[in-house]
Design a protein around this ligand. Structure first.
Ligand SMILES: Cc1cc2nc3c(=O)[nH]c(=O)nc-3n(C[C@H](O)[C@H](O)[C@H](O)COP(=O)(O)OP(=O)(O)OC[C@H]3O[C@@H](n4cnc5c(N)ncnc54)[C@H](O)[C@@H]3O)c2cc1C
Length: 552
């Protein structure tokens, strides 16, 4: 890579170029179970740096066909999409400026951490934040089309990005916004790479219009494939290229600036918590809860709860002493509750409102209907009844269990390979026992937590991936889970996206015709294959499997 480094400097690249052993080791992992050691890490300081890097790789590709670029922001990707064996472009090192915040509109560079962005946006909120809200960047959220606990009410990141700046494969940054037909026609007449992309993509979508529209997954959240059904709409006459880029995992080009449309931050909220000893009656319960249109409807299982209790010291390290003491203190009433029998599922139902009375009315109304389940509730962090639990601990368990698992539980490691399935909630009473049966069949120690209201579950097995016996379980278990999800009309990923882990199964989900269209679209954007190879529609299980970590 000395040659590439030299040429980048000659082109005026102003950021860092790092091929130290420590950097290559650090960037060879994200939060997935894969490992790919890069040859060079570059840390651009500006969009100009990004553009020069893309131009250089596009030129050098002829002499060095294996050269490629993979974007990385905070590197919390669970699908293996933020790693690569060539060049990593780290947006989180310098490109973290929040350019402007005016009311409900914020313009920012992609590398900023969500936690910093969230402070800067004041009375407004980007509501699609993931459970990794303390770790992830907004650029990663855009490129994974992330969602989280508030997606039930607000949807995912693709609903909050009216404009992007995007570096195309010719190394030029351009604005991307929705266009009307007249504006699209003008774009398509351009005699440059951008004009070609619009022209060819429009033709591809027009030619396969009905098939593409019909391919849209029939679930409330999805992060698989390319969302081409959202790009061109004959009825509205709108052509929206942002919808192609959001969730593309940096396989089409690089996002250098994002405009976000925000929502007013909810003023008051309250949480209702339910411990379910068995899941009989879950179907009816889900229907009842959803009728009340809660802001969030989350859950975690007995394994998560057991894990939190078993690994209290690790939790202490992760949360810090103050939060941990608060956590323990507030756990006491629930500890007593647990003496009555360990729950199979803990459900968390949150309501928001303009006033405390508003929230109270909503919670009390659902609470009455759920009387047989003995639900507890609190409003605005103040306990409704002193014997009732404070809600924060449930959020801590829900949001941090994966982090806890990742911090090496004895000799086992997190193996996120069936971590993000989604089926419509009405199927859950039938679906969940079958998922549990597969987990049992393969003798996987796994936690299940997720977004009950959307039917989106994160199943995180703990395995010894370096042991061939455990590794041999991955493919058959994944196949069984995928078949089950697809039998119920679900999607393989509600939020975490495809990367190396789910990309290989897109054909199983969409069929060969649609995946062929995805590949054509990728080639339109990236004719020389310079962006994030082996991910999404170009993933292959043989390749992915051969890059599973064997050292931890
Ligand atoms: C504990 C934990 C909990 C999680 N919970 C959730 C959850 O609830 N919901 C959810 O959606 N995800 C979740 N994730 C996955 C991940 O944290 C999110 O998807 C997050 O938004 C990724 O942000 P990041 O900055 O870490 O992105 P990265 O990992 O750096 O990158 C993600 C993808 O975006 C691409 N990318 C990054 N920057 C750019 C750019 N500027 N231009 C083009 N492409 C780019 C990368 O190449 C990669 O493909 C979780 C992960 C962990 C570890």
């Amino acid at each position: 890579m000395d040659d590439v480094k030299k040429k980048l400097v000659e082109r005026g690249f102003s950021g860092d170029l790092d091929d130290s052993a420590e950097a290559l080791e650090f960037y060879s992992h994200d939060a997935s179970m894969f490992e790919l050691v890069p040859q060079l890490v570059i840390k651009p300081k500006s969009s100009k740096d990004v553009q020069e890097a893309v131009k250089l790789v596009a030129e050098e590709k002829k002499n060095n066909p294996d050269l490629s670029l993979t974007a990385r922001s905070a590197g919390t990707d669970m699908s293996g999409a933020a790693i690569n064996d060539s060049i990593i472009v780290d947006f989180n090192a310098y490109m973290r400026e929040i350019i402007s915040v005016k009311g409900d509109t914020a313009v920012t560079q992609p590398g900023v951490f969500f936690r910093d962005f969230d402070v800067a946006t004041g009375d407004y909120l980007l509501p699609s934040y993931p459970a990794s809200r303390d770790l992830a960047s907004v650029g990663g959220m855009v490129n994974n089309n992330s969602g989280g606990e508030k997606s039930l009410q607000y949807g995912k990141t693709d609903s909050y990005v009216p404009a992007l700046k995007f570096v195309f494969a010719d190394g030029i940054e351009r604005d991307v916004t929705p266009l009307n037909k007249e504006e699209l026609d003008t774009k398509m007449e351009q005699d440059d790479f951008e004009g070609k992309v619009y022209r060819e993509l429009f033709e591809l979508i027009e030619k396969n219009y009905d098939a593409i529209k019909a391919a849209k997954p029939k679930v409330s959240k999805d992060s698989t494939g390319y969302h081409m059904w959202k790009v061109w709409d004959r009825e509205t006459g709108i052509f929206d290229l942002t919808q192609m880029i959001i969730g593309a995992q940096g396989t089409l080009g690089f996002v250098t600036e994002v405009t976000f449309k925000l929502v007013p931050r909810p003023k008051h909220s309250g949480l209702l918590v339910l411990f379910m000893k068995d899941i009989n009656g879950l179907g009816e319960l889900i229907t009842t809860v959803l009728k009340h249109t809660p802001a969030t409807f989350e859950s975690f299982d007995d394994q998560t709860l057991l894990l939190v209790m078993k690994f209290m010291p690790s939790f202490l390290k992760m949360l810090g002493p103050v939060k941990f003491v608060h956590f323990l203190f507030t756990l006491i009433p629930d500890g007593l509750q647990l003496l009555h029998g360990f729950p199979k599922l803990v459900l968390m139902i949150e309501f928001n409102g303009e006033t405390e009375a508003d929230v109270r009315r909503k919670i009390v109304s659902l609470h009455k209907e759920l009387a047989p389940f003995k639900a507890r509730y609190e409003i605005n962090g103040f306990e409704e009844d002193p014997t009732e639990a404070a809600g924060e601990k449930f959020w801590i368990m829900r949001r941090n269990s994966f982090r806890l698992l990742r911090s090496k539980v004895k000799d086992k490691h997190t193996a996120p390979f069936i971590d993000d399935l989604i089926v419509n909630p009405e199927h859950l009473p039938e679906f969940l026992p079958q998922i549990r049966a597969i987990i049992k069949k393969y003798d996987l120690l796994a936690t299940i937590a997720g977004h009950m209201g959307d039917g989106n579950f994160h199943i995180i097995p703990l395995m010894k991936l370096e042991d061939p016996k455990d590794r041999a379980k991955l493919l058959p278990a994944m196949k069984e889970v995928n078949e089950l999800v697809l039998k119920y009309g679900g999607s393989l990923s509600g939020e975490h996206n495809d990367g190396l882990v789910r990309g290989p199964w897109l054909e199983q989900m969409y069929g060969a015709e649609i995946v062929g269209i995805f590949r054509e679209a990728k080639t339109i954007f990236d004719p020389d294959a310079i962006f994030n190879p082996h991910k999404k529609a170009n993933a292959d299980w043989g390749y992915s499997f051969s890059h599973i970590r064997d050292k931890f």
